[in-house]
Design a protein around this ligand. Structure first.
Ligand code: NAD
Length: 412
C-alpha cells in the first residue's frame, strides 16, 4: 500500500516506539482514497477527460488537511505519499489537523481560465460532503493558488452555505489570511536561518541555491535576501540563473511583476549566467534549497552534492537512499515536515480567523508563524541531539508518536 520514500522514513520512527504490526499498518494506510473521471468541454468544443484524486490519510488529531496539485504527472501513489507527509507535518508542528492531498492530472499551462474553473468546481462537486471545515480542508499546492481556492469556496457553498473555513489560501477579499500566500517561503527562510546558526554558517555570508521559483521558491528567495543572504542561483522547470556574487532578487521579482511564475526565468533580461537544474543542485554553495518537485536529490546525483546544508522546501525532494548517503557524508538535511510547515501553519490561522469571523493583522500572523515553527524547531533539534539521531528521524518520531497517541486515546 505505502510505496517509496515516505515509508522508509516512517518505519524507523515506528521501530523506535516498538509499534505493533497492526498499529503500524493502521498508521500508514490511508483512511480513504478517491479517484474519479472529470470530463470537460475544451476550448475547441471537444471532450477532454481528466482524473481527480483525493487521499485522506489520517484525521486522528483534526480534520483532513492538504493541498491540491494540478500537474500532468500525478497519480494515486503520489498523493498517498503526500497525504501521509501532511499527517506527520501537522503533528510535528502541533496543529489540530490530519493529513490529506489531492489534485487533477492536468497541466494548467495548457488550459484557459474557464477550463480550470470548470475542472476545479467539478472536483469539489464530486467530493461534496467529504469536504468542509470539520471534514477536509484543501489549500494551494503546485499549479494552484488563491483563485482556485476561491472557486472551491463557491462550489462548496452551493449546497453547504457560506463557510470560508472550507478552504485555506483564499484571496484576502474572500477572507484569506494576511501572510498566507508568502507563509511557506517565509517559514523556509526562518528555518534556514536557525539551521545556519546551528551549523555555524553566517547567513549574511552564506551562498544559497534554490530550485523552483514558484510560490515557495520565490518567497523563500525574497525573505532570505531580506535576511542578508546571497541567493546565487534560482531555477524553474526550464532552467535557471546563476551569479556567484548573488542574484538581484528584488529586480528578478519585479521583472516577473509578481512573485509567482509568469515568465520563464531564462527569458528575463538580468545579469546572470544560465544554468540547468542539474547544475544548480550540485553547485558549491553553503545552502541548497530544493523547492520544486519530489526526488530531485537521489542516488544518481547524491555524490555530487557540494552544499553544506540542505533545507527541504519541496515535499520529499530527497529519496531515502540519498538521505542515508547525505547523513553518512555529514551533510545535514532539514526535513520537509518542518521546513515547509509554514504554509499549513498559516492555513490553520486562516481557518481559526474564518471560524471566528474575524481577521488578524499581518504582524500577528507572522509572529505566531515564527513562534510555532521555532517551538517545533527547538523540540526537534534538542530531541535529535539527546537521542543522537538525524533530524529526519527525530521529526518523524515526534510526529508519529503524537498521531499514535491520538489513535490510542480515541480507540478504534
Ligand atoms: P508552484 O507551482 O508555485 O511552483 C513550482 C516551481 O517548480 C515552478 O517554478 C516550476 O517551474 C518548478 N518546477 C516544476 N517542475 C520542475 C522540475 N522538474 N525541475 C525543476 N523545477 C521544476 O508550486 P509551489 O506551491 O511553489 O510548490 C513547490 C513545492 O513546495 C511542492 O513540492 C509543494 O508540494 C511544496 N509545498 C508547497 C506549499 C504551498 O503553500 N504552496 C506548502 C508546502 C509545501
Amino acid at each position: 500500500m505505502m510505496p517509496s520514500a515516505i515509508s522508509q522514513f516512517i518505519h524507523p520512527a515506528l521501530d523506535r516506539q516498538g509499534v505493533s504490526d497492526e498499529m503500524r499498518h493502521l498508521m500508514i494506510t490511508p483512511y480513504r482514497e478517491i479517484k474519479f473521471g472529470l470530463p470537460i468541454v475544451d476550448h475547441e468544443g471537444g471532450m477532454k477527460l481528466y482524473t481527480g484524486f483525493r487521499v485522506q490519510h489520517n484525521h486522528s488529531r483534526g480534520p483532513f488537511k492538504g493541498g491540491l496539485r494540478f500537474h500532468p504527472d500525478v497519480d494515486l501513489d503520489h498523493f498517498r505519499d503526500l497525504a501521509s507527509v501532511m499527517t506527520w507535518k501537522c503533528a510535528l508542528v502541533d496543529i489540530p489537523f490530519g493529513g490529506a492531498k489531492g489534485g487533477i492530472n492536468c497541466n494548467p499551462q495548457d488550459l484557459n481560465q474557464q477550463e480550470i474553473e470548470t475542472l476545479t468546481k467539478r472536483f469539489v462537486e464530486r467530493l461534496d460532503e467529504m469536504l468542509g471545515p470539520d471534514h477536509d480542508i484543501p489549500a494551494p499546492d503546485m499549479g494552484t493558488g488563491p483563485q482556485e481556492m476561491a472557486w472551491i469556496l463557491e462550489a462548496h457553498s452551493q449546497d453547504h452555505g457560506f463557510e470560508p473555513g472550507t478552504v485555506t489560501g483564499k484571496p484576502l477579499q474572500l477572507f484569506g489570511s494576511e501572510g498566507r500566500t508568502q507563509a511557506t517561503g517565509h517559514g523556509v527562510a526562518f528555518v534556514t536561518r536557525w539551521a545556519c546558526e546551528n551549523s555555524n554558517i553566517d547567513i549574511q555570508e552564506a551562498s544559497i541555491a534554490i530550485q523552483g521559483f514558484g510560490n515557495v521558491g520565490s518567497y523563500t528567495a525574497q525573505f532570505l535576501h531580506d535576511f542578508g543572504a546571497r541567493v546565487v542561483a534560482i531555477s524553474d522547470k526550464d532552467g535557471g540563473l546563476y551569479h556567484p556574487e548573488g542574484l538581484d532578487i528584488p529586480e528578478i521579482l519585479k521583472a516577473r511583476q509578481q512573485p509567482h511564475e509568469k515568465l520563464r526565468l531564462n527569458e528575463l533580461a538580468v545579469s546572470a549566467e544560465q544554468i540547468t537544474n542539474e547544475e544548480l543542485l550540485t553547485l558549491d554553495v553553503e545552502v541548497l534549497i530544493p523547492a520544486a518537485v519530489e526526488a530531485v536529490i537521489n542516488e544518481d546525483n547524491v555524490e555530487d552534492i557540494q552544499a553544506r546544508l540542505i533545507v527541504e522546501a519541496a515535499n520529499i525532494p530527497v529519496t531515502s537512499e540519498a538521505d542515508q548517503r547525505l547523513e553518512e557524508r555529514g551533510i545535514p538535511v532539514i526535513p520537509d515536515i518542518l521546513a515547509n510547515a509554514g504554509g499549513v501553519t498559516v492555513s490553520y490561522l486562516e481557518w481559526v480567523q474564518n471560524r471566528q469571523r474575524y481577521s488578524w493583522k499581518e504582524e500577528k500572523v507572522n509572529h505566531i508563524l515564527e513562534e510555532t515553527l521555532h517551538q517545533a524547531w527547538n523540540h526537534l533539534t534538542s530531541y535529535a541531539r539527546e537521542e543522537q539521531i538525524s533530524r529526519r528521524l527525530a521529526a518523524y518520531t515526534i510526529g508519529t508518536q503524537r498521531v499514535r497517541e491520538a489513535i490510542q486515546l480515541r480507540g478504534f
